[in-house]
Design a protein around this ligand. Sequence first.
Ligand code: FAD
Length: 401
Amino acid sequence: MTISVESMKNNRHYDYVIAGGGLAGLSLAYAMVHTPVLKDKKIIIIDRQPKQQNDRTWSFWTRQSTRFDHIIYKTWKKIDFFSNYLQKRFELVHYRYATIRGIDFYREVYHKLNQCSNVHFAFGEIIDIGQREEIAYARTHSDIFYGTYLFNSLFQPELYDPYQKGYHYIRQHFKGYLIHTPEPFFDSSAVTMFDFRTEQKDGVYFFYILPYREDCALVEYTGFSRELLDEQVYDAQLQKYIRSQLQLTDYQIKETEFASIPMTDYPFCTRQGRIVYIGVQGGGSKPSTGYAFMRIQKQVEKIVKNLQTKGTPFYKPDFRPQFGFYDAMLLNIMHREGWKVEKIFSEMFRKNPIERIFRFLDEESSIVEDFLIMASVPPLPFLESIVNLLVGRKPIKRYRN
Ligand SMILES: Cc1cc2nc3c(=O)[nH]c(=O)nc-3n(C[C@H](O)[C@H](O)[C@H](O)COP(=O)(O)OP(=O)(O)OC[C@H]3O[C@@H](n4cnc5c(N)ncnc54)[C@H](O)[C@@H]3O)c2cc1C
């Protein structure tokens, strides 16, 4: 179908079209309506359907306040680490570890946006995104929406061709049980961030526990590997861990969660003409950990700041190349010999204060701290990675104009 520029201008024209109303799209709209110079802009958010389920829980560490502090479900100041090499509890001083339930986030953002007559929602499958001259558009089966700028958060794995260019594409896959116990059982003051006491085969495998209360916790079995496992393996592993490691027999599973998210060092494109990529699709997920909540909030704040000060949303992602290299080294190890990661993480957590590790993972550490972290891990797997990266990689352009 040919679209005339005139019809674009007259018909359904918005200042900002937001493709995908998940974490990034909704965070962006929420930040916009809280920003005086943007709060009256005409915005449309397009998604398949309204969010009515608690489809995920976002956990993150931070030492700053966020726009969503008032809907945080729980925070912790203690972190547990377990492996066959190390058992250690860390106390957080400047940081907190926090969780926001998806449903609380969706309700809060919908509530705020529904009060703004300039913000609209459309529901349907987006089948095409593009631009012509000075206008970007998103098309569903029944409509087409035009915008001065379009923010695209639809993750398209087919855009990435990592293996052939020496990049990595690993899946982070996990199944979680929200379990209730009739008697108090969990230590609700501490998150188990890693419990590696499980078989490490063709990838990295660990358990993760978020104890919401003494009688209620989310227990997850997580893998970082090239392939997913058979469905029954997740259940078998969870049941074995709960029974044998936690020594818990009397419990009820109230909810389950399953997901597979990308972990890749492929350089994401952040911009193409009037289209700005946001969320995971804009590189909002930390390649070596999959944590995305705070990175996406930072991405959103940069876009809003640029719109406010320069009138355009284009921002330069923070680019401290050493962190891209550290991520790539770790992904390379996960890709080749994931079972070594238990030892690597154990040494890292043994020899470094956890807040230094958090700064490192947030890409906010100093050169000295980077050195201390790198000096704390077994060197051999990293040396092999360096060789692999130097000989295997081909440069890729980050921006497409
Ligand atoms: C179960 C789960 C738990 C996670 N837990 C954490 C965590 O604890 N901490 C953390 O930091 N990160 C976590 N993540 C990773 C990351 O934070 C989330 O994936 C986050 O939701 C990414 O935000 P996004 O906006 O990029 O994508 P999404 O939130 O997935 O939003 C994309 C939106 O686009 C819509 N969409 C896609 N295609 C189309 C289409 N063709 N037409 C119309 N709409 C479309 C989808 O319906 C969706 O609403 C988790 C991810 C999952 C899946």
